[in-house]
Write a protein that binds this ligand. Structure first.
Ligand SMILES: Cc1ncc(COP(=O)(O)O)c(C=O)c1O
Length: 478
């Protein structure tokens, strides 16, 4: 492939003393407004009723209410967000990982303002600006490995569409092999095909089964060797039963919706070797994990670069993408779409990725690893202080060890109170929301408290505050 050509002089340059001074003024105003956000705050009685009517009305329009009365007022600062009822809360789920620099980051607002001066709001596959080319090159650079396997990047406006593109690429490469091999508890998005892959009955109820999927058990931390050999045996069986019928082996290297389940290299390696031997393309779905673990991609931390045929990413990146090898580059006509993303999404996404890469976020001692270690330490203290709230999952009736109920990787943080009971976790989430913590659940049983905090701007004191509030609510009881 040719080396990245210079973009010097190709972008319209909006900077001028007048523009810069105007942007400075606006940023000052925003900072001034943000200074009112100093911590958690309850609803404003003068706004509460109007906000309640908005939720009710929006629920009627949508056909169902939102999980939480969660609607931003448009003002935020770091992990703190103001909602339309005037309350201020810690956002520790960030739109399921989209807003990785939290709320109102002034550098990103400035980037978006400059982007908004551009000639178009949305960019697509027929007419894109330089932003698309720069963005795709940046993603390939972030995924680069000495073997240089991932050569192509096709952009898309959602994780599900990036995944659809990945599936099409794999199917075409395998002459329309009809089956998909994946792991139990995976999630892939909500198109009709992705709903078949995702291991959730609710996601595909009432839909025609348009894809055959074989599920392998995921890694079990309590039994590393046993679970690895059971999964290897299940894979051998699936490949024996359906020779040459798998279009891909698709996997999240850290499962997101399925429970922030991580696995070591040793678990994946024999499976990936078998897929390679059977000619099954390997697809890493990093839509949820991209950017927030100890490397830009989880496959880099696990040193699995040489096994990646296709990689998908999204959420934090603002614009989603499918990366793939030269060998899998599909024939013309297979991939396209009207929209790729907005000009602001391109420029803000690029800025976020560049900031993460240039601010010591990555590596075993990087910010993400350190913040995760702080989370584990603080959450572990909570588990030891409140044994009744944290029963063991393996030995019911005894208190859990912190390592059993505190988990995840990097900016994917998980805590498992109440033995992972789904109804109790749901009720806990609503009580946390009331005291000012926005979190979500993951897992299919056990269920967990899921945190995707704004990792790009998160500080240890945010973790102290949030885990303090979790502790207060757990102490009060159901
Ligand atoms: C692993 C994974 N893949 C795909 C998707 C789908 O992404 P989107 O919701 O942007 O379509 C998600 C979303 O949660 C995800 O976690």
């Amino acid at each position: 492939m040719t080396t990245q050509p210079s973009i010097q002089g190709l972008h319209h340059d909006w900077s001028s003393p007048a523009v810069d001074a105007s942007l400075d003024r606006i940023i000052e105003e925003i900072a001034q407004a943000q200074s009112s956000l100093t911590g958690v705050r309850g609803p404003d009685p003068d706004r509460a009723e109007a906000a309640r009517l908005q939720f009710e009305h929006f629920g009627e329009i949508r056909g169902r209410g939102l999980f939480y009365p969660l609607m931003g007022a448009g003002l935020g600062r770091g992990a703190l967000v103001e909602l339309i009822d005037g309350s201020v809360k810690y956002d520790f789920i960030t739109g399921v990982g989209v807003n990785a620099f939290g709320h109102g980051d002034l550098d990103l607002i400035r980037t978006a303002m400059v982007a908004s001066m551009g000639d178009v709001v949305m960019q697509g596959n027929l007419q894109c600006n330089l932003d698309a080319a720069e963005f795709a090159a940046l993603l390939l650079d972030a995924a680069a490995s000495p073997s240089g396997r991932l050569k192509h990047c096709f952009l898309a406006n959602s994780g599900a569409l990036a995944n659809e593109n990945a599936l099409k690429i794999c199917m075409q490469h395998t002459d329309a092999a009809p089956r998909v091999l994946t792991f139990e508890h995976c999630f892939a998005g909500r198109t009709t095909a992705m709903a078949q892959i995702g291991d959730s009955a609710g996601g595909r109820q009432g839909l025609a089964a348009n894809l055959d999927v074989d599920y392998l058990p995921f890694f079990d931390e309590a039994d590393p060797e046993g679970s690895t050999s059971r999964t290897v045996a299940a894979m051998d069986e699936a490949v024996r039963r359906y020779p040459s019928q798998h279009s891909c082996f698709m996997m999240e290297l850290v499962q997101g919706e399925g429970g922030f389940n991580a696995a070591p290299r040793e678990f994946f390696l024999p499976l990936l070797e078998r897929a390679r031997a059977a000619g099954i393309p390997i697809w890493f779905d990093e839509v949820q994990s991209f950017g927030r673990t100890e490397d830009p991609f989880r496959f880099q931390t696990l040193d699995l670069e040489d096994h990646a045929d296709v990689v998908t990413l999204g959420k934090l990146s603002q614009v989603c993408a499918t990366l793939y090898t030269e060998e899998l580059n599909p024939k013309p006509g297979l991939l396209s779409a009207t929209f790729i993303g907005s000009t602001a999404a391109f420029q803000v996404g690029r800025r976020m990725i560049e900031r993460l890469r240039s601010t010591a976020s990555y590596g075993p001692d990087g910010r993400h690893a350190q913040l995760h270690a702080s989370f584990r330490r603080l959450a572990g203290e909570l588990v030891e202080r409140l044994p009744d709230a944290f029963p063991s999952l393996r030995n019911p009736g005894t208190p859990a060890k912190p390592s059993e109920v505190v988990g995840g990787v990097g900016g994917m943080m998980r805590l498992t109170p109440h033995g992972g009971d789904g109804a109790r976790i749901k009720s806990l989430l609503h009580r946390l929301f009331e005291v000012g913590v926005i979190a979500f659940s993951c897992g299919h049983g056990p269920f967990h408290l899921r945190f995707l905090p704004p990792i790009g701007v998160l500080e240890e004191h945010d973790l102290v505050e949030v885990l303090g509030l979790v502790g207060d609510v757990l102490e009060k009881g159901d």
